[in-house]
Design a protein around this ligand. Structure first.
Ligand code: NAD
Length: 479
């Protein structure tokens, strides 16, 4: 049994630090519901210290003035140090988050890949030369914003820290990360990796604390020049108000209610596997989870039967023991999701499987499939963020599209068909930043990701993301 250190600290100005007031917050193991460890709970004074450290670091221009190639090499070293720590991080990530151990390993590899990917782009941030006529030279530069504040949710905390910190550093910014109070332990290893890779002090600071204390203090701090927020729409709205007061640019990566459209010609076995992974991986606690499946009526019953078969092939239990069906993050989250299921049943949907919490230790929800879901039911409209699939049916393609686009969200969407014309037709009309055809979650660190509508704006991942972390400066010279 992995032994997890009892107390974890924040990382500010190149040093491990207690919270200024000595406050700590408790972290539990979602698979048992029992306490796992404590971590320093940052308050306003710690936020001040972290932002001040980042400001001092940025003022040295140390990262920005490295040659871009050297900056890339530094990021590459961080990627390598993260990989070296993988065996140590993976069980910690699984115990404080609940996810399957292989998913934790994948998350660490993804975190390393972000540093590797943006390492490769650090020396490809080229400006333009603009002809102004005789006697002038004009060119543009990509310059950093300064201090980038990054607020992270609990579902993939280490990966999401890396997703935002890597392009920020590649662009020459200093970073303050606020990690989630529910699953903060694994992210601290990013500081260890940066330290071992030789990142100068103050360029990356990691603090954990409650959202309404540390999160609010950070996003309203006058020393912050740029905000990246990944989390719920409600919190995103609060942060946008803070940013508006100071005119600070933001990237908003918010929630989703993503739908997959299944045409009758799809490969139903492959579709069932893909759709089940799309909603049950990490207990449905994935922003781009495929939480709605809109199925052409003539294959509806056959597909639901296959979905049930896929789910029955998995076991439920602690992620550390290798189970695929893992717990929800917390007791309140379990209550919330069970409440959504009750509302679905009351509204007339049918729970083909699940619909209730699992009778066992920890925060486990039964994997659930609802049929007969309508777009005006809470389970058909809200982001449930749990292992609950809402199946709907359609006859004509336009009807499927109207259902899929009929929510406020626009993060991801999918199409299952053997007919490329249908795939293109739907992909062109689905209101989402990411479209998966025949495989949910297809793509990696190298494809742009982000939302349309209330799922947010700006993009993370891929080349696009880098341009969210730098701004253009034009230099016009008269000879
Ligand atoms: P949340 O909004 O409750 O919390 C996210 C982070 O914001 C946490 O660190 C929290 O402490 C902080 N926070 C809370 N209140 C704050 C405030 N007033 N000021 C500043 N910070 C504050 O979200 P969550 O429950 O942790 O995560 C789940 C949500 O995140 C879901 O909606 C999910 O879809 C979304 N998400 C989106 C993406 C994406 O890339 N689009 C990725 C992962 C998760």
């Amino acid at each position: 049994m992995t032994k997890v250190k009892g107390y974890w600290q924040n990382y500010i100005d190149g040093r491990w630090a207690d919270a200024a007031g000595g406050k700590r917050l408790a972290v539990e193991n979602p698979a048992t519901g029992k306490p796992l460890a404590e971590i320093a709970a940052a308050g306003a004074a710690d936020v001040d210290a972290a932002v001040a450290a980042a400001r001092r670091a940025f003022a040295t221009r140390a990262i920005y003035e490295m040659t871009p190639t050297q900056r890339g090499q530094l990021l590459l070293r961080i990627a390598n140090e993260l990989r070296k720590l993988s065996d140590e991080i993976a069980p910690v990530s699984t115990l404080d988050n609940g996810k399957n151990l292989d998913f934790s390993k994948g998350e660490i590899e993804d975190a390393a890949r972000y540093f590797e990917y943006y390492a490769g782009l650090a020396d490809k941030l080229h400006g333009r030369s603009i002809p102004l006529g005789d006697g002038f030279a004009d060119f543009t530069q990509w310059v950093p914003y300064g201090v980038s504040a990054q607020v992270i949710p609990w579902n993939f905390p280490l990966e999401l820290c890396a997703r935002s910190a890597a392009p920020a550093l590649a662009g020459g910014n200093a970073v303050v990360l606020k990690t989630p109070e529910l699953s903060p332990l694994a992210s601290t290893y990013l500081a260890t990796a940066c330290e071992r890779a030789g990142l100068p002090k103050g360029w990356l600071n990691i603090i954990c604390g409650y959202g309404n204390e540390a999160g609010d203090a950070l996003t309203s701090h006058p020393g912050v020049d740029h905000i990246v927020f990944t989390g719920s729409v409600a919190t995103g709205q609060k942060i946008l108000h803070r940013a508006a007061e100071k005119i600070v640019p933001c990237v908003m990566e918010l929630g989703g209610k993503s739908a997959g459209i299944v045409f009758a010609d799809a490969d139903l076995d492959e579709t069932a596997k893909s759709a089940a992974i799309g909603i049950y991986a990490n207990a449905g606690q994935v922003c781009s989870a495929g939480s709605r499946l809109i199925v052409q009526r003539k294959v509806h019953d056959a597909l639901v039967e296959k979905l049930v078969g896929v789910v029955k092939g998995w076991t439920q239990g602690a992620g550390i023991d290798g189970h695929f069906l893992t717990p929800l993050i917390s007791g309140p989250q379990l209550d919330k999701i069970e409440g959504y299921c009750r509302s679905g049943i009351q509204a007339g949907a049918t729970a083909v499987i699940g619909g209730k919490r699992a009778e066992r230790e920890g925060h486990f929800m039964q994997p659930t499939i609802f049929t007969g879901v309508k777009g005006d039911m809470l389970i058909g409209r809200d982001e449930v963020f749990g292992p609950v699939l809402s199946v709907m049916s359609f006859d004509e393609p336009e009807e499927a599209l109207a259902i899929a686009n009929g929510t406020d969200y626009g993060l991801a969407a999918g199409v299952y068909t053997r007919d490329l014309r249908k795939a293109h037709w739907a992909a062109d009309r689905l209101e989402a930043g990411t479209i998966f055809v025949n495989k949910w979650f297809a793509g990696g660190n190298d494809v742009p990701f982000g939302g349309m509508k209330r799922s947010g704006f700006g993009r993370e991942k891929g080349v696009e993301a880098l341009y969210n972390y730098v701004q253009t400066r034009n230099i016009a010279i008269k000879y």
